[in-house]
Write a protein that binds this ligand. Structure first.
Ligand code: A3P
Length: 294
């Protein structure tokens, strides 16, 4: 039985039909000033960043973190109600502040209230080659997404931008191009790690040394809790608690490899060449450089 959804055009962005249907409510969503938006292209490391941010928000690995699945603690803004999971906009209504909000919407579709309220945004980006591979495997375990076909089919669909790849193709990464980047609020988002190092290094309080030790212990706890192996085995983060009509990890794990450079196991030499050409063309305006291997 398949429940694969149609792809619909929402202001030029291909989204699954249920997101198209709920988009009117998403657009009108009222953000609060202390909301934190975690915005990513799918497969960029959203779940990892959510877990880090929530551990900080809660002041450590609390009972909530260890007993409530990540997708309930950090609602997915544009996801409509499916199975036992309420729509993101409904889950958010009942959440205490400060709320963490997950979105895969490109900049131009983010509800205006986030900008009006001056909300903090964390934008996570990952090299597009590993995203492509990760997204291919994700399609296989996500019954609501279009059929991925073979690796070659998916590669073509992602690169050609023929509207079969949800949340748009490679060109959606142009949200990062210099012209947008200089003007848009993504560029004001703080890098979490820098923020923490700053706190740890220059805490002005007289009890700073003691606080510094406490922060270091907390940091180490969070680093351990959010490591790939821990998150892979943790039912709260590995998507095993997600309704199977949305993501079915019985097919294969959501936490797949968590590596930089896995694309080399999938791209042919010809595909790599084609990818490089297309990437250079579409990302010509950006000065951002991503590492595709370590
Ligand atoms: P792979 O499929 O390459 O393994 P998202 O949460 O945006 O959907 O991204 C999922 C990708 O992030 C998957 O990539 C997943 O394995 C990886 N990931 C999730 N948690 C991670 C962690 N703690 N460390 C490294 N990679 C992680």
């Amino acid at each position: 039985v398949t429940s694969r959804q149609r792809i619909c055009d929402v202001k030029g962005v291909p989204l699954i039909s249920s997101m198209h249907e709920i988009f009117g409510r998403v657009e009108k969503f009222q953000a609060k000033a202390d909301d934190i938006l975690i915005a990513t292209y799918p497969k960029a490391g959203t779940t990892w960043m959510i877990e880090i941010m929530d551990s900080i928000r809660q002041g450590g690995i609390t009972k909530e973190i260890t007993t409530i699945p990540s997708h309930e603690r950090t609602p997915f803004l544009e996801l409509s109600s499916m199975g036992t999971l309420p729509a993101g906009v409904d889950l958010l209504k009942d959440m205490p502040s400060p709320r963490l909000v997950k979105t895969h919407l490109p900049f131009q579709l983010v509800p205006q209230s986030f900008w009006d309220k001056g909300c903090k945004v964390i934008y996570v980006a990952r090299n597009a080659k590993d995203i492509l591979v990760s997204y291919f495997f994700f399609h296989k375990i996500t019954p609501i997404l279009p059929h991925a076909g073979t690796w070659d089919d998916f590669f073509e669909s992602f690169l050609s931008g023929n509207g079969e790849c949800v949340h748009s193709d490679l060109s959606s990464l142009s949200v990062l191009d210099d012209q947008h980047h200089r003007q848009d609020p993504w560029s004001h988002s703080a890098l979490l790690l820098l923020l923490l190092l700053h706190i740890d290094g220059s805490f002005p309080h007289p009890r700073a040394p003691r606080l510094k030790v406490l922060i270091s212990v907390l940091l180490m706890e969070i680093v351990k809790h959010t490591s790939f192996n821990m998150m892979k085995d943790n039912p709260m983060t590995n998507f095993s608690r997600m309704p199977t009509c949305i993501v079915d990890v019985r097919i294969s794990p959501f936490m797949r490899k968590g590596q930089v450079g896995d694309w080399k196991n999938h791209f042919t030499v010809a595909q790599n060449q084609r990818f490089e050409e297309e990437y250079r063309r579409r990302m010509a305006k950006t000065s951002l450089r991503f590492r595709t291997e370590l």
